[in-house]
Design a protein around this ligand. Structure first.
Ligand code: CU
Length: 275
């Protein structure tokens, strides 16, 4: 076998390994090897984002094909050989009205679902549970103000899979409940992002941003800090475990005890140093 053949064989083996690896690790709520689509949706907001993405994709494809067709017509019909005496036309009212009106109508057609989606993301519906997520250099803290006022830190765990996404303490939420997430930063600007829920919002010191999600499937969902925040920005993943109501209730009981001493901030400082 020549060097080219060996090269091709190597590529085939690598491809096969990646393909089987992809199948082995193909799980919900996390990126997959060679993924070229959006992550599978796990919330109503993400369903809408996927729809909007597909809608725009069809639209831009049609527009691009239309412009390409016009270009081809110009190249074929109006080149110097085919059309030696060019027209000296400079104005055409009908065409000018059309090429102004049609793009306006297309943009209005885009803006309607676009604004609907923006409001869906940022108008928080009546929440079942509120969780406060605080971005810190370089980890997240999650507080549960209406479930026993505990707070805990969530740090990347080197020994956990998926690599760079597993954490020691996951955020735990019940399935099919509206979770309001209040997001802030303790030191610099971070961003709380979870692709499968269609959530991405800045965590800004001194400001409380709000977003929400309703997980429609149980399982693990992963995201990452999405605002460059310092040297370990790449190592502060967001891991959310979606469970059923009973599991959530029993987790809350365990968490109340486990995290009684608190995370690093919210309640500790509010309660004073004696607590
Ligand atoms: Cu960051």
């Amino acid at each position: 076998m020549g060097p080219v053949g060996r090269h091709l064989l190597g590529l085939a083996v690598a491809g096969l390994t990646l393909a089987t690896g992809g199948v082995a690790f193909a799980e919900l709520g996390q990126p997959k090897p060679w993924e070229w689509t959006l992550q599978e949706s796990g919330s109503p907001v993400m369903d809408n984002i996927v729809w909007f993405h597909n809608f725009l994709f069809v639209l831009i494809t049609l527009i691009t094909l239309f412009v390409l067709a016009l270009l081809v017509v110009v190249v074929v019909k109006f080149n110097a050989r085919a059309n030696p005496v060019p027209s000296r036309t400079t104005h055409n009212t009908l065409i000018e009205v059309a090429w102004t009106l049609v793009p306006v109508l297309i943009l209005v057609g885009i803006s309607v679902p676009s604004f609907r989606l923006l409001f869906l993301e940022l108008d928080v519906p009546k929440a079942d549970i509120t969780i406060k997520a605080t971005g810190k250099q370089w980890y997240w803290s999650y507080a549960y103000p209406d479930n026993g006022k505990f707070e805990f830190d969530s740090l990347m765990a080197q020994d956990k899979q998926p690599r760079l996404l597993g954490v020691d303490n996951e955020m735990v939420v019940p399935v099919n409940k509206v979770i309001r997430v209040q997001v802030t930063g303790a030191d610099v600007i971070h961003a709380f992002a979870l692709p499968a829920f269609g959530v991405k919002i800045d965590a800004i010191p001194g400001r409380l941003n709000e977003t929400w999600f309703k997980a429609t499937k149980t399982g693990m969902f992963y995201g990452q800090c999405s605002e460059l925040c310092g040297k370990d920005h790449a190592f502060m993943p967001i891991a959310i475990r979606v469970v059923n109501d009973q599991e959530f209730a029993s987790w809350v009981e365990t968490a109340k005890k486990k995290f009684a001493s608190g995370g690093t901030n919210t309640y500790a400082s509010a309660a004073g140093p004696t607590q």
